[in-house]
Every structure is written in C-alpha cells, then in structure tokens.
Ligand binder design. Structure first.
Ligand code: GLC
Length: 570
C-alpha cells in the first residue's frame, strides 16, 4: 500500500513537473518587432494653439515668446516635439487658418526672430518645432488672391478656381462649404465665382497649376532651412476637385447649417492628392522632417492610403477615427487600435482645436478625473506616436459659449445653436490659480472656466494624485521602458466588453496594461497562456488602484475606471 502510494506520488510529481514544460514548449517563441528607428516614432508631440497657450505681452492673446517661456514646462512633461497651429500673418477670420504670407510671423504673435529663438531654445532641450502648412487655401487678402481676383487675365488668375455660374445667381454646381452655404462665391468685379471649401475668405488654391505647387513648396523649404522639423498638413483631403465640377450626390436631410446633406464625392479625397504628398515627402526627407496629416477618414482603408503604397507619403496621418468612439467602450477602442495597427505606424489623437476636449467627450460627469487618467494610460501606452492637445494633461474641459453674442468662431455664429463653434476647446491654458488662470494679466480673448482654480499646472504639480502628475508618470514610463517605446501591441481578453487589456512586448520585456472602462468593479481572469505568461510575476509600474494585484494567475480586481500598468516577469 505504502509502495503504491509512493509510486502514485512519484508519478504525480513527474507529471506536475513535466506537463507544464511540455505545454510551455507549445507556446511559439515571441518574435519581437524591429524597434522603431525614426525620431518621430519615439517622440511625444504636443499641439499648441498659439492664441491660447501663453501671453508674454499681456494683451489677452498668446504669442511665440510665450511658448518659448514654457518650453521647460513642456520638457519636464515629457514632450519632444511641439506643433504650433498657424502663426503666420493672417486677417484671423479663421484664427490663422487664413494665411496672407507663408514666410513670416503675424505681428500679433511676434516676429521671425522670435520664431528663430523658439527653434533654437527648443533645440537646446532636444525638442523640435513643427509648423502648420495650410495647403488647401490662402486668405482672400493674400497678394496671390488679390492679383487673381483683379481681372480674368491676371497673372495669378489660374492660381485659384474660378468658374462661370450656371446662370444668373446660380453657382457652378451644388458643392457646399463645410462651414455652411455654397462653396462658390460670386465676385462682381470679374463676373465669375471662386471656390472655397471653407470660409469665403479662404479661397481654394488650384493645385493643378504647377506654379502654385512651386510657390508652396518654396515656402516649405523656407521653414525647413530655418530649422523646423516638419509640418502638420492642414485639410489635405480637399486639395483637389473634379475639373468637370460634377454635382455631388445629394443625401437625405440637412446639416447643422441647414444645407442639404451631400456626399463629397467630387471635391474630397481625389487620387491626385497622393502625387503631391509623394513630392512633398521627397522634399521633407531631405531635411529628416516629418509630415503629419489632418486626415479625416471614414475607414481604416482610407487612412491607410495616406501612408502611401510604399510608405512614401505621410509618416503620420492622424487617426481621427479614434476620436469618433462615442463613449468609453473597451470593444470599440480595441477595434480601433487593432485597425490602425494594421494600417501603418499609428498616430493617436484624443482631441484638438476642432474637436471637443476628451475630458468632456468621454467624461461621465461623475468620474471625469479618473476617466482622464484612464484615457492618458491608454493613448500614451499604445504602439504609435501620440499627439497631446494643450491642457489635456491638466484635465481642461470644454467651455462652450452660452450666448450667441459671445461666440468668436464664425461657424458658431452661423450655425447657432446646433453648431456652437470651436471656442469651447480653445480656451486659454490654465497655468495657475491667479486671475485669468495665470495666462494673462488682462481678460483673455476667450474666458477661462471657474474650475481653473483647481485645474491648473501650478496647483496640480503639487498634488501627487493630480491628472498632470499622472500624465508625467505615464510619459516617464514610455521613455524608460523599452516595451512601451518599442514593443509590439498584443490584445488580451479580446472579448471583454468592460476591460481593455493589452501587452506591450519587446525582446526582453513585457508590460501589461489593464483599463477598466466601466463604472463598476471588474474581476477578470487574464488569458496570458497563449503568451506563455500565465504564471508571470507582476510588478506594478503605475496604477490608480487602491490595491494593485500581486498575481496574474488568479482573479484580477479592477476598481471602476481603474488603471493597472505592470511589468510581467516570467
Ligand atoms: C483645418 C483646421 C481648422 C480650420 C480648417 C480650415 O480643419 O484644423 O481649424 O478651420 O482647416 O483651414
């Protein structure tokens, strides 16, 4: 009996020792992806809306010296590249997106010397400056357009898109401006219409004219020679239009401006845009510069096209599909993340100067601060390059105008109340709890919300549990942990509707990110077997959980909107 029992124990021991090894051998060895090599793949980008970032001369409007004065802050946050939205001379109808001189700085923001200093000071900190290239249109006050509209035979007539109307008072076709109304503006001086996809004060350039391309590329070179490291390309989708001016198909219903809805079949995403992008890329490659695209796409396939068939177009087309996830949803984010991973090098954006702030969009009104941290833990730990929008790191919320008379953004005045405009996401950066949030000593161009008293850089820096310190923590991890910087992205528990969990894995390191996207506690069993990690030992790197798990083999408990980032060691 005793012998039988001993044999049984022996067999059991052998089985326990051998079986897991046999099983473990079935796990295919992990193939680490080649680490990304390009500077922009390893960089963290930060968008500055210059009117609203820092006001150095106390006139209520931000400026370039203001940005320079805050470089140390951005550096300590973990930012490597700063994209500044247009700061060129402009009548400011669209707050700088109506450029009247591509090779200068608007006096409101400073001078070329100020920009040179900003570039030099950034360089000292190993940071780069990215400018905004408004390619689709100029201001109607640009000397090119002033010439173009002066007569039908003007030298630059063909630099813009001029056409006869269909008849008296009838525009050439049914194309509408994305900012409301017909996209055609009648000009009585020469009796023709010009095309403007945006405001009438933003006439579209004719990119089919080689002289336009040359002049615009010269300006790109001008800035590269001055030391900038790339451009964010404005409105690339709409550079070209069908030369036959075919009417767009009409869809049911009306838009926020009361115009009939149409499908932009003949005035957006024409294939010709790719020829321009390839040429611009070749020019940019000479300067090791990066091209970031304002690429509004409806599908991953459309997004993929912007990388170019041979990765020879945009290095960083922004994935706006990510911002269209309507509410916090592990399932939807998982789908988006794996989609963009299959398209090319992902570029993550959660809000910008045209899109409602993420704090407001994904906040539930009760747990907004936890959700802001959860979002940071997500988009800053993914494989890809993140672009932060100023103020996201301190939990700035949208502050929309409450009265039509207060609205500054013209689309808000035209579309009120359905379209309130974009003032809400453009309010001044909240630097401290001093009057006007420390942005300016006079009333700023847009009001700051009363919550600035708590949500501001100075106050949050002192609070270890603040959103700002959480951002700093995640960005520090991204810098120091090879798996977060270079590793593959691998989804785990792919069917979980509440918890978004994934691994970042490089040759010798694995990091687990588990995000509870629900307002209820979740207890999950992580399915790490396929990765050969079911009995790995976790070491918590960053968490919002009161009691972070000490094992991954049992149930992992995540508090509502809880974040757990842990290194896994075999
Ligand atoms: C882009 C900009 C937006 C601007 C428009 C017209 O969409 O992001 O702010 O109004 O282009 O230039």
């Amino acid at each position: 009996m005793a012998i039988r029992f001993a044999i049984f124990i022996l067999i059991l021991a052998v089985a326990l020792l051998v079986l897991p090894r046999l099983f473990a051998r079935r796990v295919p060895p992990f193939q680490a992806p080649a680490p990304p090599q390009e500077w922009w793949q390893r960089a963290v980008f930060y968008e500055v809306y210059p009117r609203s970032f820092a006001d150095s001369n106390d006139n209520g409007i931000g400026d370039i010296p203001g940005i320079t004065s805050r470089l140390d802050y951005l550096h300590s946050l973990g930012v490597d590249a700063v994209w500044i939205t247009p700061c060129f001379p402009s009548p400011q109808v669209d707050f700088g997106y109506d450029v009247s001189d591509y090779e200068n700085i608007d006096p409101m923001y400073g001078s070329l010397a100020d920009m040179d200093l900003l570039i030099a000071e950034a360089k000292k900190r190993d940071m780069r400056i990215i400018l905004d290239f408004v390619m689709n249109h100029t201001s109607d006050q640009h000397p090119w357009f002033l010439d173009s509209r002066s007569s039908r035979t003007a030298a630059k007539r063909d630099w813009y898109i001029w056409r006869d109307g269909k008849g008296p008072g009838q525009p050439p076709n049914n194309w509408t401006s994305v900012f409301g109304g017909s996209a055609w503006q009648y000009d009585p001086a020469t009796g023709q219409y010009y095309y403007h996809y945006f405001y009438p004060q933003q006439p579209d350039l004719n990119w089919r004219n080689p002289a336009v391309k040359k002049a615009m590329f010269d300006s790109v070179r001008f800035w590269y020679e001055r030391g900038i490291s790339g451009f964010r390309l404005d409105a690339v989708d709409t550079l070209f239009e069908d030369p036959n001016l075919t009417d767009n198909p009409v869809l049911p219903g009306t838009n926020k401006f009361g115009d009939p809805k149409t499908e932009e079949k003949y005035n957006a995403k024409l294939p010709e845009v790719h020829d321009i992008l390839r040429e611009l890329r070749a020019l940019s490659d000479q300067y090791h510069a990066v091209l970031i695209g304002e690429t509004w796409t409806k599908t991953i396939e459309e997004l993929k096209a912007y990388y170019g068939l041979h990765d020879n177009e945009l290095q960083m087309p922004m994935d706006f599909l990510f911002t269209t996830v309507p509410k916090l949803s592990a399932t939807d984010f998982r789908t988006q993340i794996s989609g963009v991973n299959s398209a090319g090098w992902p570029v993550y954006v959660v809000s910008n100067h045209d899109i409602v702030r993420s704090y407001t969009r994904w906040g539930d009104g009760v747990h907004n601060d936890q959700i802001a941290k959860l979002i940071a833990a997500m988009y800053l730990t993914l494989r890809g390059t993140p672009i932060l929008y100023y103020g996201e790191e301190i939990g700035m919320k949208n502050t929309d105008p409450t009265l039509k008379d207060e609205v500054k953004d013209p689309i808000g005045r035209r579309g009120w109340p359905l379209e309130k405009g974009r003032d809400g996401e453009r309010t001044p950066m909240q630097w401290s709890d001093a009057p006007n949030a420390g942005f300016s000593s006079v009333a700023p161009w847009l009001p700051v919300p009363p919550t600035y008293k708590t949500y501001n850089v100075e106050t949050e820096l002192k609070d270890p549990a603040s959103i700002l310190n959480f951002y700093k923590g995640v960005l520090a991890l991204r810098r120091t942990q090879p798996a977060l910087r270079d590793g593959a992205w691998i989804a785990v528990n792919e069917n979980d509707p509440n918890v978004l969990a994934y691994l970042r894995r490089s040759g010798d390191q694995t990091i687990l990110v588990a995000l509870n996207m629900s307002d209820a506690p979740q207890a999950i069993r992580l399915k790490l077997g396929p990765q050969g990690l079911s009995s790995a030992r976790p070491t918590t790197l960053l968490t919002t959980l009161s009691t972070p798990p000490d094992t991954v083999s049992g149930k992992v408990h995540l508090e509502p909107f809880g974040v757990w980032i842990a290194r896994l060691d075999k």
